[in-house]
Design a protein around this ligand. Structure first.
Ligand code: NAD
Length: 406
């Protein structure tokens, strides 16, 4: 993942004709923190925070708790965060954190101790104007609330602007939970509008019906009225129905813990990976990274791919698919809705405000539409993919902000 993120920067740097010093500036993290967290149960876990780039504003990025977390993964994700915040026009930089732990093996009190300890270790190097962490894989509002509390006990800060993704009671924002899926729906709609394909029927399939996949599916009708969900997968199966699914009924089925292999509604049940080759207009990835590689890219039949997960299509497959004329809306734009609403949360905390849901949705739409338009125009002007165009937009902004600082 790190190689692939660095390669994306190099391709964009070629287009921008950056010199070696500028390339190194964009690639190299500004600071890295690695430390051990020892719990009172005697176990020790390796923890990380990579502060990648802050030319545009405080470092920003989630903290994940996962047994696969290592420094290279955190470096890659931190670099991608710098590109993402810059590509969508936020006054934030990029960072990422993680702890190498399987949180499912911890009790609630151990999880609280780990979360508080993580924030205490970093208290001197993070903060509302320095580095603002957020939730990521296996971390949530409760974990962030513990981290904010620990941070505030050490520093005396009371703004709550040190972390985003908090519960509403602790200063969280309305509209955070649906932000990533909704932002993806807006990005797709904007692309289709430019291509004059916005009004006609549009079939789509979604891999992964968790938070992001569900909110994409429940939001898309607002932006693309004739969108029809004809296939969905989870890790157990793909279910298909060419007549279209009732999105809310499927969301209820999943939120009650249902597995698609046991789905009893009108549908054909296939193996989980069958979703990849389903014949649809838009294939939406909302589960895992590295799903599409050289070996399986030829099975794709869709005209569009929406990357709501991080890195679902690897570099080589990306190039092969775009050469075949398939349009891929890249993760750094497609799934930026989450960090955009995190940015709104940070602004609300700093200004002691609480925006209503309507305002959050409107502001999210403004940012997503502008970002998609800028990236699409540049992609057309330069004859490059949307992914390269997004990286070019981001790097240009980072370099410009750095030059202003000097
Ligand atoms: P989630 O855990 O709520 O949902 C993921 C879903 O994918 C689960 O329902 C799981 O059953 C399903 N899944 C797992 N393996 C699968 C497989 N092989 N085939 C089909 N489905 C499978 O996670 P989420 O918050 O919805 O995030 C989804 C992806 O989006 C992740 O890659 C995440 O990193 C990325 N992402 C999330 C956000 C956010 O705001 N939540 C922001 C940016 C990126």
């Amino acid at each position: 993942m790190l190689n692939s993120a660095q390669q994306l920067v190099q391709s964009a740097a070629d287009i921008l004709d950056l010199d070696d010093e500028e390339r190194t500036y964009v690639l190299k993290p500004q600071a890295e923190h690695s430390f051990d967290i020892s719990l009172s149960n005697g176990n020790t876990y390796r923890a990380f925070r990579v502060q990648h780039n802050n030319a545009l504003g405080p470092f920003k990025g989630g903290v994940r708790f996962h047994s696969d977390v290592d420094i290279d993964e955190v470096r890659a994700l931190a670099l991608l965060m710098s590109l993402k915040t810059a590509a969508v026009g936020l006054t934030l930089g990029g960072g990422k954190g993680g702890v190498s732990v399987n949180p499912k093996q911890l009790s609630k009190s151990e999880l609280e101790e780990l979360s508080r300890s993580y924030a205490q270790h970093l208290a001197d190097v993070i903060g509302p104007d320095v580095d603002v962490p957020a939730p990521d894989v296996n971390t949530n509002a409760q974990i962030i609330d513990w981290m904010v509390d620990a941070y505030e006990q050490v520093t005396g800060d009371t703004s709550h602007a040190s972390f985003t993704g908090k519960s509403i009671e602790r200063g969280g924002s309305e509209g955070r939970v649906d932000a990533t899926g909704r932002g993806g729906a807006i990005a797709l709609s904007e692309l289709l509008q430019k291509r004059g394909e916005h009004e006609g029927e549009l079939t789509y399939a979604v891999q992964g019906f968790g938070n992001v996949g569900q909110y994409f599916a429940t939001s898309i009708a607002e932006f693309v009225p004739a969108a029809k969900l004809v296939a969905i997968s989870d890790s157990s199966a793909t279910i298909c129905n060419s007549e279209g699914f009732d999105v809310h009924e499927i969301a209820d089925f999943k939120s009650q813990g249902g597995s698609f292999k046991d789905y009893e509604g009108p549908a054909e049940i296939k193996e989980a990976d069958a979703i990849i080759g389903h014949d649809v207009d838009v294939l939406v990835f909302a589960a895992l990274g590295d799903v599409i590689q050289e070996s399986n890219q030829e099975t794709i039949k869709s005209r569009y791919i929406l990357e709501l997960a991080n890195g679902p299509v690897n570099d080589a497959a990306h190039d092969q698919l775009t050469q075949k004329g398939i349009t891929i809306i890249p993760d750094i734009i497609a799934n930026a809705g989450g960090v955009i609403v995190s940015y709104f949360e940070w602004l609300q905390n700093k200004n002691n405000e609480h925006w209503n849901l309507e305002r959050v949705h409107q502001e999210l739409e403004n940012y997503m539409v502008k970002a998609m338009d800028t990236v699409q125009d540049l992609s057309q002007d330069k004859g490059v993919s949307l992914k390269e165009a997004a990286a070019v937009v981001a790097i240009k902004r980072i370099i410009k902000a750095r030059n202003k600082e000097e």
